[in-house]
Design a protein. Structure first.
Ligand code: AP5
Length: 218
């Protein structure tokens, strides 16, 4: 099954995608993670997108479509793909349809994670990840068992925050979401592919709701 998780910054797309990877052996394709990896490794593309990302603006369609194309061609998608943070514009949505058909795949469902903007500031400013294995945490909602030590890989002192996880960038990211990405809700609704889950529930309940949606589609 190939699914899109769609929602504003902090809706919980990455958190739920990580669970689906473990539960169903799916492949998570997060354009945000791919772009951050390009920045860390200092590629030309990574340097180009660096300021754009820190400001919370969208990277060009051409770059992100290229990244997804590479992954779809290279990856073993037998467990299905989770598109996390892609598509974010109508041009990206059209490109995804074409790319999937080129690799004899189709999109099965689009899951919109509905949240209230008021919770997003807290979710985003409280988020941190393990710099060693990438496991995600939150100061209030998902604390590590031992302070400063990653539950997953055991790394100590490796927690870090994203450069764009501040209130100023979040405002720009939210504007970009409502202006460029929210039209996709109507686009997928019209295609009969849109499902919704309440992203305000606990991380565990949202995961159960996503599994129910997927079971209903398959
Ligand atoms: P990207 O990395 O995709 O960021 P985003 O869309 O802003 O989404 P986030 O990762 O911030 O949020 P999330 O929904 O994954 O939340 P999470 O699960 O971590 O993109 C970053 C940048 O890259 C963009 O601004 C843009 O510049 C560029 N970019 C990427 N893709 C692009 C594209 N396709 N086109 C153009 N540009 C692109 O959860 C957040 C926190 O809340 C965590 O701490 C988590 O523990 C906690 N949490 C999660 N769920 C719950 C819950 N139910 N209850 C309580 N806490 C929860």
């Amino acid at each position: 099954m190939n699914i899109i998780l769609i929602g504003p910054p902090g809706a919980g797309k990455g958190t739920q995608a990580a669970t689906l990877v473990k539960k169903y052996n799916m492949v998570q394709l997060s354009t945000g993670d791919m772009l951050r990896a390009a920045r860390t490794s200092g590629t030309d593309m990574g340097n180009t997108v660096s300021g754009v990302m820190d400001r919370g603006e969208l990277v060009t369609d051409e770059i992100v479509i290229g990244l997804i194309e590479e992954q779809l061609k290279a990856g073993d998608g037998s467990g299905g793909f989770i598109f996390d943070g892609f598509p974010r514009t109508l041009a990206q949505a059209d490109a995804l349809n074409e790319l999937l058909s080129k690799v004899d795949q189709k999109l099965d469902t689009v899951i919109q994670m509905t949240v209230d903007d008021k919770v997003l500031v807290n979710r985003i400013t409280g988020r941190f990840t393990c710099g060693s294995c990438g496991e995600g945490y939150h100061e209030e909602f998902k604390k590590p068992a031992t302070h400063d030590k990653c539950d997953k890989c055991g790394a100590v002192g490796a927690f870090k925050k994203r450069a764009d996880d501040n209130e100023d960038s979040l405002k720009t990211r939210l504007m970009a979401y409502y202006k460029e990405t929210s039209p996709l809700i109507g686009y997928y609704y019209a295609k009969g592919q849109l499902q919704q889950v309440n992203g305000l529930n606990s991380i565990h309940s949202v995961g159960l709701d996503i599994s129910k949606v997927m079971a209903g589609v398959s």
